[in-house]
Design a protein around this ligand. Structure first.
Ligand SMILES: *Cc1c(COP(=O)(O)O)cnc(C)c1O
Length: 230
């Protein structure tokens, strides 16, 4: 099942890249494995998925210990400052930095552990009340502040687009995030690359790729629906 799903997602990514005039290797597929058992992750790993996304620190750490060491683990969910110490050194990329205090905590912990941490700034492009992330207007300031901290590298931006009926409805959101990244990149801020754009999930990743996503976070499309009741 997982293997077939992955193949289908791969096919669609390839087509979206072609439509958007992108090369396939510009887009990284993150297999979002939250709530799914380790057996399913192993299946995905055997089928070629080597980048996994989790939204909870504890779950990421548990799976980290049980799966091969050449996996890149991405933290895609909201991060509380008191959990930072558990994740630094394990996450290859933290997608969800949305405050200076959080960035400072990551920097402090990275210093303690003697590591460097790659982060994205989470932007609430659609300004949904229920979502984390800074506004478009606040993004550059947080990028500058975070970039000035030691042991942190700001690699780009992430957004969680609204739940919509048709992925087309999110095109303006993806377009806006891409534009914001380009605008910030042009300012040539020290220690900021802005080369990573994490946007697009199962319902809309093809549209996100057409609009410039370099990372898509696909859960349901690979592992099937999640059952939070279990
Ligand atoms: C769960 C989750 C996803 C994956 O969602 P699907 O719709 O299952 O693909 C992507 N990004 C974040 C931040 C998530 O929490």
């Amino acid at each position: 099942m997982v293997k077939e799903n992955l193949r289908e997602v791969e096919r669609r990514i390839g087509e979206a890249c072609a439509r958007g005039g992108r090369s396939r290797d510009e887009v990284c597929l993150i297999a979002v494995s939250k709530t799914k058992p380790v057996e399913m992750l192993k299946e995905a790993y055997e089928a070629g998925a080597h980048v996994f996304g989790e939204n909870k620190v504890q779950e990421l750490c548990e799976k980290y210990d049980q799966l091969p060491a050449d996996i890149d683990w991405h933290l895609i969910g909201h991060l509380q400052r008191n959990k930072v110490k558990y994740i630094v050194g394990k996450a290859a990329l933290i997608h969800s930095v949305d405050s200076l205090r959080l960035a400072q905590e990551i920097s402090r912990e990275a210093e303690k552990k003697g590591v460097e941490v790659n982060i994205l700034i989470e932007v609430n492009v659609a300004e949904e009340e229920s979502k984390f992330g800074v506004s478009v207007a606040e993004t550059e300031e947080l990028v500058r502040e975070a970039a000035a901290l030691p042991h942190i590298h700001v690699q780009g931006l992430m957004t969680i687009a609204p739940q919509v009926e048709k992925s087309e409805e999110n095109r303006p959101v993806f377009h806006a995030l891409k534009k914001l990244a380009v605008d910030i990149k042009m300012k040539n801020i020290d220690n900021v690359s802005m080369d990573v754009l994490s946007m697009g999930m199962t319902g809309d990743y093809e549209t996100a790729i057409e609009e410039g996503a370099t990372m898509v976070r696909v859960g349901t499309g690979i592992f099937g629906a999640r059952n939070y009741a279990v």
